[in-house]
Design a protein around this ligand. Structure first.
Ligand code: NDP
Length: 332
């Protein structure tokens, strides 16, 4: 499969170039950057044969089957729409767009054009997450009563650009991290949030966008979810607690880009450390996406998953801004 990178980004250089090249018969044929010099140097650094500064030219001249979009968030929609119109499969970074309407349009058009559309929610590919989902699905903790997700981190110095100071580029911790928590909880419980309340603030980094948020969601079954995201917590650990009628799951250090952490199950019989696979999450996402383009299965997170994580994230922001309970609008 021949890939074009739309966006000369850090996530591509740190994880996705390697993940794409890790698939059988996969090659990266071109890269797009808005800055021609950056396009050239990024291509040279990563051994990519062709580079472009204009998407129409890339799509016309670059003989690719699929594109990976990892530009800033406000560019995902227009770039995906062009790639879909050109008949390319699209793996798009989260959040899919800055509005649910745009995300729905992307996913609808991809279905019409019969190209595969995936959302790069890597966490649901993690061994810890798959194991937790299986524990829940097989009834090990009984009926799920509540979930607490803690995902407050210290945003690395090199990422303190548009994420913390550019609302028009889709900055803020809600589009950045809340979307991951939504997707994780949906994946674990197999159901969607219905409504949310939230409070957000700036606690040292955000300029015109929130850098910290806490929200509470009600799932369709009535399960309550508490979710915390921040860019400003230097010593906090990430984790998830899932509490059921017959047991609780405590997972620590598992909301990350690298595999690892721990999953502990506590029930009537005591405390059990649960083993899980520590494969690379991005490699698995690429594998599932590639298989889908060959007609085998679906991407691990598809377009609908991307729409839903965005819809809830936007409801969290609206709830925080208005101080009111928001019903999640998935329709766009
Ligand atoms: P970056 O800031 O690294 O890249 C975004 C854009 O900024 C690039 O497309 C590039 O523009 C420009 N840029 C990047 N580095 C430089 C630089 N050194 N000098 C000048 N311009 C630069 O963002 P991320 O890689 O962190 O995020 C990109 C997307 O990926 C976002 O949508 C984000 O939400 C998502 N993401 C997803 C993750 C996941 O695990 N699923 C993890 C991290 C990010 P141009 O292409 O025009 O050169």
């Amino acid at each position: 499969m021949r890939w074009a990178l739309i966006g000369a980004s850090r996530i591509a250089s740190n994880h996705m170039i390697d993940a794409i090249r890790g698939q059988p018969d996969a090659q990266i044929v071109s890269v797009l950057s808005a800055d021609p010099q950056r396009a050239e140097s990024y291509a040279a650094t990563h051994g990519i044969p062709h580079h472009f500064a204009d998407l129409d030219t890339l799509l016309a001249q670059s003989d690719c089957d699929a594109v990976y979009i990892s530009t800033t968030n406000e560019k995902h929609h227009p770039q995906a729409m062009k790639a879909i119109a050109a008949g390319k499969h699209v793996l798009c970074e989260k959040p899919l767009a800055t509005s649910t309407t745009d995300a729905v349009e992307m996913v609808t058009q991809a279905a019409k054009r019969r190209v595969v559309f995936g959302t790069n929610h890597h966490l649901r590919n993690g061994g810890a997450h798959i194991t937790m989902r299986d524990l829940i699905a097989t009834g090990r903790i009984g009926k799920v009563l509540s979930v607490r997700v803690y995902h407050a981190v210290s945003l690395p110095e090199q990422l303190r650009g548009w994420r913390i100071n550019d609302a028009s580029a889709g900055g803020g911790v809600i589009p950045d991290i809340t979307v991951h928590n939504v997707d994780t909880v949906r994946f674990l419980l197999g159901e969607d949030p219905v409504d949310v309340i939230a409070k957000s603030t700036t606690s040292g980094l955000g300029e015109g966008v929130e850098d910290s948020v806490m929200s509470v969601w009600t799932m369709a079954s009535g399960t309550m979810v508490q979710s915390h995201e921040s860019f400003t917590h230097s010593f906090a650990r990430t984790g998830i607690e899932i509490h059921g009628t017959d047991g609780s799951i405590y997972a620590q250090n598992i909301m990350r880009q690298e595999p690892g952490g721990s999953v502990t199950l506590i029930d009537m019989r005591g405390e059990h450390e649960i083993p899980f696979d520590t494969h690379n999450m991005y490699h698995r996402a690429l594998h599932r996406f590639t298989e889908a383009t060959l007609g085998r299965g679906a991407p691990s997170a598809d377009g609908i998953d991307g729409i839903k994580s965005l819809a809830l994230a936007l409801a969290v922001r609206e709830a925080a801004q208005t101080g009111r309970t928001r019903t999640v609008d998935y329709s766009g």
